[in-house]
Design a binder for this molecule. Structure first.
Ligand SMILES: *Cc1c(COP(=O)(O)O)cnc(C)c1O
Length: 389
């Protein structure tokens, strides 16, 4: 059966060039980067080269980039590290209701340990209002953390403006840019952020590796304790093949940026266009203008997103309902809830995310299947007789 993967926001396949670059670092080039003999130095040099590549993609100095085990660790490090380093200044942080669980669950933990957290609401397209941030900042606020691109609905925040507000009040600013990297401009100088989280497996690199940008001089305590790796700021023997792969993936993301964005947004727009024209009672969640190039989040009224997902799966098509992390539970998506989507409509929502390997043919095939599946499910839904289906 034909397999069509439309869940690129959950993870991406590792590009062949990336795998090729990584391979020697599992075998011949296995030396510990901290060892002083030649094969150790070769490993260290590979990490240095990878650091330069990722730094170039976000326009920072290599000395401001720290490799981690992924987006989750980068988010945890920032929240725990900044609240710890600045505990004499205050115990208040500001984030939003639509963050990834790597932020929200870290905030739960912080709240249990004496930190006050403000969760900013968003408007119906998922945008944080500048005035809400302005009002939430107090003289005890030590950090503002707002995601750049939302993983469920694809809304792209005006990070530059939000960071400016935080800085006007002398508050540090972090952004979770895991969904943004490679998809929107992540130039940390232009955005003027102090911390930025990244992950390799969302940009066609390997899983289990990511990075945290720390603007030079920004106050943050260490999170991982042990050896002197990463300029004594993130202990643990480096994930050498992973870091090499992340470096290559970042290099390719930079080179392919325009083509990738053009390709994905063309597929996305065609998909949204056909679905909204050819299927009744559908609603596009998120912003139509400031949106992740490969994201389409659609509510199909009167039916369950999970049922659509399972029937698409039977046809070899992979999609997700809300975020991959919450799909195991029946609690409605916190993101769609924050956008004010009514609970019964949340249950009918499906996320389709497109990537480099996706073709226009794939998109048309999925829309054709989707039309049949939606018609079938609506026929058996409770409101079918009332609606005359
Ligand atoms: C995937 C994701 C993460 C987690 O990154 P991992 O590398 O999987 O730990 C964090 N934030 C956002 C917005 C994500 O999409």
């Amino acid at each position: 059966m034909k397999q069509i993967y439309l869940d690129y926001s959950a993870t991406t396949p590792v590009k062949e060039e990336v795998v090729k670059e990584m391979m020697p670092y599992f075998t011949e080039q296995f030396g510990n980067p901290s060892s002083l003999y030649d094969i150790g130095a070769a490993s260290k040099a590979a990490i240095t080269a990878a650091r330069e590549k990722v730094s170039r993609l976000i326009n920072c100095k290599p000395s401001e980039l720290y490799f981690t085990s992924g987006g989750t660790e980068s988010d945890n490090w920032t929240l725990f590290g900044v609240t710890d380093a600045l505990k004499k200044k205050g115990n208040h942080i500001i984030t939003t209701q639509i963050e990834h669980h790597a932020i929200l669950h870290s905030c739960d933990y912080l709240e249990k340990h004496g930190v006050d957290v403000t969760y900013l609401p968003v408007d119906k397209e998922g945008f944080v209002r500048a005035e809400d941030l302005e009002e939430a900042i107090t003289d005890r606020t030590v950090l503002v953390s707002i995601m750049y691109v939302n993983n469920e609905v694809g809304t792209v925040q005006n990070i530059k403006e939000l960071a400016r507000i935080a800085h006007e009040h002398g508050v540090l600013f972090h952004t979770d840019a895991v969904q943004a990297l490679g998809n929107v401009n992540c130039d940390v100088k232009a955005l003027d952020v102090d911390f930025m989280s990244m992950s390799s497996h969302k940009i066609y690199g390997p899983k289990g590796v990511g990075a945290l940008y720390i603007k030079r001089g920004s106050k943050i305590s260490n999170y991982m304790h042990g050896g002197a790796q990463e300029s004594k700021r993130r202990a643990g023997t480096e994930n050498l093949p992973g870091i090499v792969g992340f470096g290559k993936a970042a290099e390719l993301a930079g080179q392919n940026f325009d083509a990738h964005v053009a390709h994905c947004s063309k597929l996305r727009d065609h998909f949204i266009d056909r679905v909204t024209k050819e299927i009744d009672d559908v609603f596009v969640n998120g912003s139509r203008t400031h949106r992740h190039p490969g994201n389409a989040n659609i509510t199909f009224d009167y039916i369950e997103g999970e049922s659509i997902l399972l029937l698409l799966n039977q046809k070899g098509i992979s999609v997700s309902t809300g975020s991959a992390c919450s799909s195991a539970s029946l609690t409605p998506s916190h993101v769609l809830t924050a956008l004010g989507v009514p609970v019964e409509m949340i249950h009918g929502s499906v996320r389709f995310t497109f990537g480099d390997p996706t073709t226009m043919e794939d998109v048309d095939y999925v829309v054709d299947e989707l039309k049949e599946i939606v018609a079938k499910l609506r026929k058996i839904s409770a409101v079918s007789s009332e609606k005359g289906w």
